[in-house]
Design a binder for this molecule. Structure first.
Ligand code: KG4
Ligand code: ZN
Length: 340
C-alpha cells in the first residue's frame, strides 16, 4: 500500500462467507479492525452424517444468511449507508453453498448500490493474519492448511501470490478428519483429535514418510492409508488402540511433514517471516512443531477464532481488493475450484 492509500478515509467492508458449513458475516474497518464477526456454524447438525452434506449445507445457509447480515451490521453499530463495499467468497468451495452467500451479496449490492467484490477463500485465510497482527506486511511465507487445501504460498504482496507447494492428493485436514472418524472421535475431526491427543506419546505409533525430494509438494493419502492399516491390524490382533497416543503420533507426523517443507520454502526464498492459516492452523501439534523448528524465523499465528472459516478474513482481503480497484458485476458466478 502506498502513502496515498494511507491517507484515504476509513473503509468499512461487509464480508460474507458461505463456502462450506459456516454462514458468516463480518464488518471490518481498514482491513484490520474487526467490528463484528457473526458465525452460524452447521457443524453440530452435520455431525450425525459424519461430514458435510452439501445440499443440506446450502439450505441451512439460506436460512442463516439474512439474520447474519442483520446482526453483523447491528453489532458493528453501522447501517448499509456506512459500508463502502460488500466482499463475498466466490470460490473455492461447495458450489451450492457458495451460491447462497454470493446471491445474498448481490442482493445487498443491487438494493443499496454498493460495489460487489468477489474474493478467493484461500486469500481470505491468509488475511486472517492481518487481523491478528496489525503490523504484518508481505512478503512472507504462508502455510495454508484447511479441509480442502494444503499449500505453501509465497505472499509477495497483499494480492500477489506464488504457489510453492501443494498436496498431490488429500489435504491435511481431510487426512485428520478421516482418521478421527475411524477411531471414533466423530465430526469435525480436527479439533476433537487435537483435544484427544493432549499429553499423548508422539512416538508410540509410526506412519509412512511421504515427503519427496526436489519438491515442496505434500502427499497425505499414504499417511492416511498407513494409519488405516495399523488400525485394522491392531483390531485383527484383538489389541486396543490407545486413542490418545495414536492421535498424538498421527498429528505429530502430519505436523512434521507440513513444517519441514515450510521451513525449506522460507530458506530457499530468503524470507524471514512465516505465517500459518486455515482450519488446521489451529492445531496445537502444528503450532508447537513450527515454534520448535522455526526458532530462527519470525512466526505469525492467527488468533484461534480466525483460523477456521469466518467472514472477518473475507472482509479483510476484500479491503485490499477494494483499494486495488477490484469490482465485480452481478454476473459473477461461483467458482468451486477457484485457484490461488
Ligand atoms: O478452513 P476451514 O475451517 O474450512 C475449509 O476451508 O476447509 O478448515 C476446516 C478443517 C477441517 O478439516 C477441520 O477438522 C480442521 O480444519 N481443523 C483442525 C483443527 N481445527 C479445525 N485440524 C486440526 N486441529 C485443529 N485444532
Ligand atoms: Zn476455509
Amino acid at each position: 500500500m502506498d502513502s496515498n492509500d494511507l491517507n484515504r478515509k476509513d473503509v468499512y467492508i461487509l464480508g460474507i462467507e458461505s463456502s462450506c458449513d459456516e454462514t458468516a458475516v463480518s464488518v471490518v474497518k481498514n482491513g484490520r479492525e474487526v467490528l463484528s464477526n457473526e458465525i452460524a456454524s452447521q457443524a453440530d447438525f452435520h455431525e450425525q452424517f459424519g461430514g458435510v452434506v452439501p445440499e443440506l449445507a446450502s439450505r441451512m445457509h439460506i436460512e442463516a444468511v439474512y439474520p447474519c447480515i442483520v446482526n453483523g451490521l447491528k453489532k458493528a453499530n453501522l447501517s448499509f449507508r456506512d459500508i463502502d463495499a460488500v466482499a463475498v467468497t466466490y470460490g473455492p468451495g461447495l458450489v451450492g453453498a457458495l451460491l447462497v452467500g454470493l446471491s445474498a451479496a448481490k442482493g445487498v449490492c443491487e438494493a443499496t448500490g454498493l460495489p460487489l467484490i468477489g474474493v478467493n477463500h484461500m486469500h481470505g485465510h491468509i488475511a486472517a493474519n492481518y487481523i491478528t497482527h496489525k503490523d504484518l506486511e508481505p512478503p512472507f511465507i504462508c502455510l495454508c492448511v484447511s479441509g480442502g487445501h494444503s499449500q505453501i504460498i509465497l505472499v509477495k504482496d497483499y494480492l500477489d501470490f506464488e504457489l510453492l507447494g501443494t498436496t498431490r492428493d488429500d489435504a491435511a485436514g481431510e487426512a485428520i478428519d478421516k482418521i478421527a472418524r475411524v477411531i471414533g472421535l466423530g465430526y469435525p475431526g480436527g479439533p476433537k483429535m487435537d483435544k484427544a491427543a493432549q499429553g499423548g506419546n508422539v512416538t508410540r505409533y509410526t506412519f509412512a514418510k511421504t515427503h519427496m525430494n526436489d519438491t515442496l509438494d505434500f502427499s497425505f493419502s499414504g499417511i492416511k492409508t498407513s494409519a488405516l492399516n495399523q488400525i485394522n491390524k491392531l483390531k485383527m490382533q484383538g489389541e486396543d488402540i490407545d486413542i490418545c497416543d495414536f492421535a498424538a503420533s498421527y498429528q505429530q507426523h502430519i505436523a512434521n511433514e507440513l513444517v519441514r517443507n515450510t521451513i525449506i520454502a522460507a530458506k530457499s526464498k530468503g524470507i524471514r517471516k512465516i505465517c500459518i492459516a486455515g482450519g488446521v492452523s489451529a492445531n496445537s501439534f502444528l503450532r508447537n512443531e513450527l515454534k520448535k523448528q522455526g526458532k530462527k524465523f519470525d512466526l505469525y499465528f492467527p488468533e484461534m477464532k480466525y483460523c477456521t472459516d469466518n467472514a472477518a478474513m473475507i472482509a479483510s482481503i476484500g479491503y485490499f481488493e477494494y483499494v486495488k480497484g477490484t469490482r465485480h458485476g452481478l454476473d459473477l458466478n461461483a467458482c468451486p475450484s477457484l485457484e490461488l
